[in-house]
Design a protein around this ligand. Structure first.
Ligand SMILES: C[S@@+](CC[C@H](N)C(=O)[O-])C[C@H]1O[C@@H](n2cnc3c(N)ncnc32)[C@H](O)[C@@H]1O
Length: 321
């Protein structure tokens, strides 16, 4: 983690407020990566009207936040945006007027065919745009290479195989990412209707944000971008409008801080010191994350608190790690 003493106060925070208003907190040219998953305007209930706008309002609002967010990027920074086929054409055009488009990544959510559509084909993917500001953008392919399986290595390891040198380092991920969406039973799953898998977000973070760099997500939801950044040794900043989701982010970050403070599989002889270390570290992390007392030792299962229910009276404070 970054040295807390040297960090500006806006780093490693999720502000529970409107991103458009909150962006002013972040200095221009200070973030390495904008990785964001805005409302798709498909009518979902996030406890606010952000996904239920008229098309004209939605596109106008999108352009507004894009113009407010892009100055925050460093000159060699990048942007990933999650969308669907519905508005990706319009929004990609907006972004192409401001940046260079490097990829359209298709996230195949591995949704089983439910037979829902009868007048069109079932849509089972999200569309992700990858954009950069200029040619010397940061990109670490080696951090995200995929290892060849043993059979492929064996089949292609003859000296005449021209690509043999790549067999050891692995291959460049293609622009079709086949990663299952998070089912209700998935251990990663929090109570957010459009939570993204860490596997996807971490690939973007590792490839497009240098170690110790800062990732900005304007629409944090359950905080996946914040978690991915921390798990990969990067910092984050972001916003989330719904206080219930801010509480989920706080829980997830507190659980992660505890997990990082403990060895994954303690050996019997190391168990006691690890416990002591965790006991010493957890209250610190929890204190930083909220003014409430430290959470229980085991990462808390995130409770169902549907966004459409009445908001809890107390608006959670901004989430800090
Ligand atoms: C698609 S979800 C993000 C999901 C997230 N990627 C995750 O993995 O959990 C979009 C989120 O943006 C939030 N949102 C909508 N309008 C907002 C605004 N103006 N400022 C901040 N957050 C907003 C919604 O409440 C919703 O949680």
């Amino acid at each position: 983690m970054t040295n807390m003493a040297e960090q500006p106060d806006w780093v490693n925070r999720v502000y529970c407020e409107d991103a458009l208003a909150g962006l002013a907190r972040i200095p221009d040219g200070s973030v390495d990566l904008i990785l964001t998953d805005p409302p798709y305007n498909l009518g979902k209930d996030y406890g606010n009207a952000s996904d239920q706008q008229s098309v004209a309002d939605y596109l106008r609002w999108t352009e507004q936040w894009i113009d407010a967010a892009l100055p925050k990027l460093k000159a060699n920074g990048s942007l990933y945006i999650f969308l669907t086929w519905r508005y990706s054409p319009e929004i990609f055009v907006m972004l192409k007027q401001r940046m260079a488009m490097m990829n359209e990544i298709i996230w195949d959510r591995r949704v089983p065919s439910m037979g829902g559509s009868v007048r069109s084909f079932s849509s089972v993917h999200d569309t992700i745009g990858f954009f950069v500001k200029r040619k010397d953008y940061y990109f670490d392919l080696d951090a995200v290479r995929i290892a060849y399986d043993a059979a492929t290595k064996k089949a292609r390891s003859r000296s005449i195989f021209i690509g043999a040198k790549w067999l050891e380092v692995g291959y460049n991920p293609k622009d079709l990412w086949s990663v299952s969406r998070l089912h209700k039973e998935h251990p990663e799953r929090a109570d957010h209707p459009t939570q993204k898998p860490l596997e996807i977000i971490e690939r973007m973070v590792k490839a497009s944000c240098p170690p110790g760099g800062v990732v900005l997500d304007l629409f944090m939801g359950s905080g996946t971008t914040a978690l991915a950044a921390k798990r990969c040794g990067r910092d984050f900043v972001g916003f989330e409008l719904n206080p219930d989701y801010c509480a989920i982010i706080e829980q997830r970050l507190t659980a992660l801080a505890q997990e990082l403070a403990e060895p994954a599989v303690p050996t019997p002889e190391k168990k006691a010191p690890a416990k002591r270390r965790a006991a010493a570290a957890a209250p610190k992390a929890a204190k930083a994350a909220s003014k409430k007392p430290a959470a229980a030792k085991k990462p808390p299962a995130v409770k169902k608190a549907p966004a459409r229910k009445a908001r809890s009276a107390a608006v959670p404070e901004d989430v800090v790690i």
